[in-house]
Design a protein around this ligand. Structure first.
Ligand SMILES: Nc1nc2c(ncn2[C@@H]2O[C@H](COP(=O)(O)OP(=O)(O)OP(=O)(O)O)[C@@H](O)[C@H]2O)c(=O)[nH]1
Ligand SMILES: [Mg+2]
Length: 248
């Protein structure tokens, strides 16, 4: 997480320099635990508020460019007239993604994290207040593109969806195990590109299941629509399933 990589400060010219790993010690670890503990408490509050408003909150996580916004735009179009949707977008800079979502007709709030590399529960509480989603909405949260730090931060979501695209390589689940270990669904996106790549789907799925044996995986293409029905069915199932309120 960020306390370890200190990535909130890496790029700041006037910010504190990143600590070399060998100088981190018990004090750093206590600080990390305090940050995560505070986040978990706020995430529990978010979860209770989502349940009270009948919101299904889904946290989408992936490396940059795997297709999260494309997937969300197509999903919102497919759900139009069936389920209300709303989106919280997380990026370091720009409102490009929120603009893309609004073009579909769904309400969206953009969070810019600046130097930060993940969303946290406090940011979500603030954004939901601005967004004021319709009761019973599916609330999609697109996290900052990053396969590392966002895994450590519970946002109060009902489920985590990790998106991996076939252009990234089939070994990612083992290289970034935390992200896959804490996911409730894996989407393998951009399968339309498989004929042009060396990507072993079976090897990828085997690696994902090594870190998370129960992880379901859907293969789809957000641009051609192949495999999309199973994703919409998964959302519908989550929507109707009783939410246990458990964290990750
Ligand atoms: N061929 C193909 N391209 C796709 C697919 N899904 C997304 N793309 C393309 O991948 C690129 C990145 O897509 P985005 O939706 O912006 O990815 P993202 O995960 O939201 O990116 P960040 O928000 O920057 O992390 C765009 O050029 C999309 O058109 C797909 O299923 N197949
Ligand atoms: Mg995006």
């Amino acid at each position: 997480m960020c306390g370890t990589c200190n990535c909130d400060h890496h790029h700041g010219e006037t910010g504190p320099a990143a600590l070399p790993l060998e100088t981190t010690g018990p004090r750093t670890i206590r600080l990390e635990q305090a940050i995560l503990g505070r986040n978990d408490a706020l995430a529990a509050q978010n979860r209770a508020a989502f349940d009270a408003q009948g919101l299904l909150a889904l946290n989408l996580l992936s490396s940059p460019g795997s297709g999260k916004t494309t997937l969300l735009c197509e999903t919102i179009r497919a759900l139009a007239g069936r389920l209300p949707t709303a989106v919280i977008e997380g990026d370091q800079e720009t409102s490009f993604d929120a603009d893309r979502i609004r073009e579909t007709g769904a309400p969206a709030v953009q969070i810019n994290t600046g130097k930060g590399c993940h969303l946290d529960a406090a940011m979500i509480a603030d954004a939901v207040g601005q967004l004021a989603p319709v009761r019973g909405s599916v609330l999609f949260i697109e996290n900052v593109g990053n396969l590392v730090c966002p895994a450590a931060f519970d946002l109060g979501e009902a489920a985590r969806v990790v998106v991996l695209s076939v252009t990234e390589g089939d070994d990612k689940p083992l290289k970034y195990p935390d992200m896959f270990a804490h996911a409730d669904l894996m989407i393998l996106n951009k399968i339309d590109l498989l004929p042009y790549l060396r990507f072993d789907v079976a090897r990828c799925l085997e690696m994902a299941r090594r870190v998370n044996p129960a992880l379901p995986c859907l293969q789809l293409s957000a641009t051609t629509g192949e495999g999309f029905d199973a994703w919409l069915d998964w959302i519908a199932h989550q929507y109707t399933a009783p939410r246990c309120g458990a964290g990750h």
